[in-house]
Design a protein around this ligand. Structure first.
Ligand code: SF4
Ligand code: ZN
Length: 138
């Protein structure tokens, strides 16, 4: 049952789209900064991509996840978070004209993340706070 849940989450269109967006952004960054061929990744960027995909698979928000940049939990370890931030800073603005639909969906996830943040801030300090209850509200 637990495995099925995890499989369903992995195959969810929302999760697949997010993984694809991150892959595209890392590829753009790698091509510009590490001189790799378009669509290819150097070892360092492959490691970042694998790590990000693993984090998404284990994301506490499941299929309701916001964009990681606006997540109130931030489960990435410090160095990976820093690398992702650099990648987003470079690839984010370029996505708008290269992949407008993905960019639009990503902006939508960022806005959802801001809303989740506000809710999390409001709820997390309550003595009877349960993460499950937060998930039901988003
Ligand atoms: S940073 Fe937040 S949204 Fe991203 S995978 Fe981790 S818990 Fe999920
Ligand atoms: Zn690279």
């Amino acid at each position: 049952m637990k495995n099925k849940k995890k499989r369903d989450k992995k195959n969810h269109i929302r999760v697949k789209r997010e993984k694809y967006t991150i892959k595209v952004m890392i590829e753009m960054y790698c091509h510009a900064h590490h001189g790799t061929e378009k669509g290819k990744l150097c070892n360092e960027c492959s490691r970042v991509l694998d790590y990000a995909i693993e984090r998404i698979d284990y994301c506490a928000f499941g299929i309701k996840k916001p964009a990681c940049e606006t997540c109130p939990i931030h489960c990435f370890k410090k160095d990976m978070r820093e690398q992702m931030r650099n990648i987003m800073r470079y690839a984010g603005p370029r996505m708008t004209w290269k992949y407008p639909i993905l960019a639009f969906m990503h902006i939508f996830d960022l806005l959802r993340g801001k809303k989740i943040n506000r809710l999390y801030e409001k709820e997390a300090n309550k003595p009877n706070f349960k993460f499950k209850m937060l998930l039901e509200k988003i």
